[in-house]
Design a protein around this ligand. Sequence first.
Ligand code: SF4
Ligand code: SF4
Length: 279
Amino acid sequence: MITVEQIQAVLAKAFRESSHNYVSEQMALVPEDVGERLYDDPIVKIGSADDELWQELKRPEVVGHLFRAPKEWLASARCVVSYFAPFSDFVVEGNGRDAVEVSNGWLYARVEGQAFLTEMNHFLEEWFAEQGIEALSPYASEEFRYVFEAGTNDDIADKSLSFTSNWSERHVAYVCGQGTFGLSKGVITERGVAGRFGSVVVGAPLATTPRPYSDVYEYCTKCGACARQCPGLAISIAEGKSHPKCCSYVNEMRVRYAPRFGCGKCQVRVPCERGIPKK
Ligand code: SF4
Ligand code: SF4
């Protein structure tokens, strides 16, 4: 039986060896960035495809009815492998140096880095296939679908579907035991909130990892540091995070840093940046 440690070791090796996890000469905005790493070794967790929380994610106030449970992606699904890819010190410390300017590292990690994570999702699909096991990455599949902002996507006739997707890596991470949500709506993991997630649905009954929390916001102290740092004024302790305000601000950054984009000030220089904050 394949273990979580085995998957973690295989994936960590791929993270270290893929040239796409490092700043190349072509993508570097300044020569001194060349060779810097984007993501540290990943943390892998495994959830059951039969977990009752998958149906909860379909509620409108969670992900929404577009969300497809693991077995709706892969009929043979028995579990879901979720990985957290922590941003490297180069990315996190760089973005913490200024309250507004988005660092080069954050821009690379957000754009080229996401392409690298999609590559890692396909890597996992292929690795499981080599073990004779079906696996599928919903996010990397052609069927992945999302709507970013309220009323802005003309392809979607039903505007109540706004800001939803048929697979949400953060919510999948929560179900699989990676961590709980914070006020900024990032997922606070044992390595903190600064990073991104990937996952594959797997057609084998691998041993699941524990989900050591019961409350959606259990790891967040509600300290408000992310709200105070948000340049888009998108977070408040009383009301949480406004996705439209965040999107609107990040869209401004798309113009400023084109063809890249980003912000992430709610994930750096905060108590949950690199771990679960102490209450
Ligand atoms: S900075 Fe504080 S309030 Fe914001 S997500 Fe982290 S722990 Fe929660
Ligand atoms: S990404 Fe930026 S604008 Fe959006 S919530 Fe975080 S700090 Fe605010």
